[in-house]
Design a protein around this ligand. Sequence first.
Ligand code: LAG
Ligand code: CA
Length: 477
Amino acid sequence: YLDPQCASGRDTVTHLFEWKWTDIKAECEIFLGPYGYCAVQVSPPNEHAVVANPNRPWYERYQPVSYNIITRSGNEQQFRDMVTACNKAGVRIYVDAVINHMTGSYTGHGTGGSSFDGNACRFPGVPYGPNDCNGHDNCHTRDISIHNYGNSDEVRNCRLLGLADLRLGSDYARGKIADYMNKLIGFGVAGFRVDAAKHMWPGDLENIFGRLQNLRSDVFGSGKKPFIYQEVIDMGGEPITMKEYFGTGRVTNFKYGVELANIFLRHSNQAKWLSNIGEGWSMPPTNNVVVFLSNHDNQRGHGGGDSNGIHAGSSVWLSKGHEQLRLDTNGDDHNNWQGPPHNGDMSIKNVTINSDMSCINGWICEHRWRQTYNMVAFRNVVGGTPLQNWHAFGDYQIAFSRGNKGFIAIVGDGSHLNANAQTGLPSGTYCDVISGNYENGACTGNKIHVDGNGDTHLKIDGNSDDPVIAIHIGAKV
Ligand code: LAG
Ligand code: CA
C-alpha cells in the first residue's frame, strides 16, 4: 500500500476539494497531465447527508448515507469518465474514503435520495441497520460519543462528533466497505485517503484492505496494490500514534507543516536548523508518510491537526465575494462551514479559467500558480537525489542542492542575502523558475549563472514578494 502508483517521473498530489468530476477530468487533460502532477485527491464521491442548516456546508460530505456514487460533484458515469480520462493523461485519482462512520445522530435524506436515521444507525441505501454501529456494548461513554482522547478504546469505538460509528469488527460492515472500495478500484482509481483512521482499529483496517483487489492491470500493470494513506492526527501527547498504522499504508504527517510554519512565520524556530527535518526531528521515516502543508480541515480551523497558519492548497474558494475564506470575529472563523461556489439551485459552479491561467467563478487554484507548478516540476527533476551543499548564511537564509540536479535558496525574514554559494550543478545559465517560466529554451524570469566550479552568486531581497530562487537542470537556457 506504500507505492503512490504515480506515472513515472511524477510525485505531487493536489486536492481538488469539492470540484465536479467533469471539471477534474478537464483539469487532468489540460493542466495536471502536462504540468507533471502525479495525482488528484478528490472529495468523497459517495452519497452523503444533505445538511440544510447551515445550508450545504462542505462538511456534509463527511457524513455518508450510502456507497452509491452520487453527490453534487456528479454521478457514477461522470466519476468513471473522469478516472479514465485522468489515467489517460498520466494523472492518478485518490478517493477520500469515509469508512469510520455514517451521519450525525439525526434523520434526513442523502444526495441520492436515500433516507437515514443516524441515531438508530439505519441506512437502507447500504443497507446498514442498528447492529452495524458500535453501541454501549463496546463504547462506555454515557452518550456513546468520544470525550477522552487519552482512552484508545473510546477513540475507536465511540462516536466521533456524534457520527454513527461503524462496527468494523463485523464481517458484514467490512464486506460492505471493501465492496465500495473495490467498485472504485474497478473504475481505475489508484488509491485512498482514509478519513479518520485514528478512529479505527489497525486490525480492522488490515482486514478490510486485505479484501481489496489489485489495481486495474490495463492501467497500472499486473499485481499492483492500491496506494493507501491514512489520516492519523498525531501531534504527540495521545496514546494513539502514527506508527500503529505503518502496517496498513502510509500516514499523514501533520507535524511537518506545523514545524515549517513555526519557522517561516518565525514563531519559534529558525530555518538554519532545517537540514535534517524529518526523522532527525522525531518524525516517522519518509517512506511511511505523506507530507503536506495544509488540508481542507486546518485551512478552516477544523480537525485536530492545528491550524498551522499556512493556508495553501487548491481546496480554497472565494466566499461571499470576499477574497479570503476566513471571516474572523474574535479569532473565530464564522465562515468556516461555507460550501463550494454554487448556483441558485445549490449546484456546484463550474471552475472556469482566465487567460492568465488562474481560476475564476469563485474558485482559487493554487496548483495553477507559477511558483507552485514550477516547484512540482522541480521535484520531478530532483526526485531521488540527496540533500547536499547545505548553506545557512543566517538564521533565515538557507540554500541547498538536491544532488547535482537542482538548487534552491530561501530568505525567510526581511534580510538581504548577498553571497557566493556552491550549487553542485553543472556550469551554465539557469532559469529561476520562481520569478519566471522556462519556455522554448528561454527564461521569462531572472537568469542565474553557475560557473565551471559549480559556484553562483546569490542575491535575494528578503522583502520581495518571492524571496526564493530555484534552478534545476530541466530549465537551462
Ligand atoms: C475527518 N478526518 O478524520 C475529516 O477530515 C473532517 O473534515 C471530518 O469532520 C471528520 N473527520 C469526520 O469525517 C468534518 C467537520 C465536522 C463535521 C463532520 C461531519 O470538520 O465539523 O461535523 O465533518 O460532517 C458536523 C458538525 C458537528 C456535528 C456533526 C454531526 O460540525 O458539530 O456533531 O456534523 O452532525
Ligand atoms: Ca470508530
